[in-house]
Design a protein. Structure first.
Length: 63
């Protein structure tokens, strides 16, 4: 198994890790129902339809 030939400095590792950031999810409001949801995601409406970009993708089967 390969091992490092020389020791890496603390600064080198810390510089690499500075680009890891925690980001807040972007929340959009559905124009039809007015419910908040994650943007670029399909969302189930209260009447059992899966909506994305104003289109119905799927409807729930009634059991």
């Amino acid at each position: 198994m390969p091992n490092p030939k020389r020791r890496h400095s603390k600064t080198r590792g810390r510089k690499r890790r500075t680009h890891y950031k925690a980001t807040m999810p972007t929340i959009a409001v559905d124009p039809i129902s007015g419910e908040p949801h994650l943007s670029h995601r399909a969302v189930w409406t209260s009447d059992g339809k899966l909506m994305y970009k104003g289109r119905v993708l799927m409807e729930k089967k009634q059991a």
